[in-house]
Design a protein around this ligand. Sequence first.
Ligand SMILES: Nc1ncnc2c1ncn2[C@@H]1O[C@H](COP(=O)(O)OP(=O)(O)OP(=O)(O)O)[C@@H](O)[C@H]1O
Ligand SMILES: [Mg+2]
Length: 229
Amino acid sequence: MIPEPPSLRRGVHLLARGLGRSFEGGLVPAVRRADLEVQPGEAVAIMGPTGCGKSTLLAMLALLEPPEVGELVLDGVPAARLGSGERVRRELVGIVFQFHYLLPHLSAAENVLLPLAGSALSAQQRRERVAELLHALGLEHRARTLAARLSGGERQLVALARALVNRPRLILADEPTGAVDSATGKLLLDHLFAPAGGGTPSIVLVTHDPAVAGRAHRVLPMRDGVLPA
Ligand SMILES: Nc1ncnc2c1ncn2[C@@H]1O[C@H](COP(=O)(O)OP(=O)(O)OP(=O)(O)O)[C@@H](O)[C@H]1O
Ligand SMILES: [Mg+2]
């Protein structure tokens, strides 16, 4: 195998100004106003009570939910001009969802392989990258296990591997340690903050756990749909 060159991965500069999104025709104002700037390589934790809009905000930052108001700018380019959200996610963003969303009928390794569809890597390189990540997360013995048969914590680790496999420059993680014991949580966070492949991605992390938030450079409180500047 030819070794890959040292990673030049650099975190994305993220700027969100006045982002807002509601549901049910405006009856549920999930995010009223979110202002956030993340410097390249910076890790920011968002904390706030259940229902205050954290997951909805992350979905907007991931270009999964279009904001109704406000602007999202990545590396100086308005998100609206970045092309399809799918491409941006494939090339820039790794997402650890609150409810992991693994495909239950695929194995752990197949789930981790998914984001590499369309990448420039050869089939062999893809397999190696998946195997390396599963090994690093202590999951090589589960590689062929169907996601439906994994434990909750194992699923969370596989979901992290899937988020990291394309070496994202921006990692969005929604309560990534919600279902794991403290030792697994530490392993998971170690890989989140220093992902395989090197470099320093930017990180936006949502958590209810102050110890997890404490690993970020900054902790931002969110309340009632408002993330103040
Ligand atoms: N698809 C949806 N349709 C309707 N309402 C929604 C939808 N998604 C979220 N909401 C509502 O928007 C509000 C914010 O939800 P969100 O999931 O962003 O909160 P959260 O801060 O992530 O909460 P938690 O800490 O429990 O994960 C809640 O009142 C929720 O019921
Ligand atoms: Mg949530």
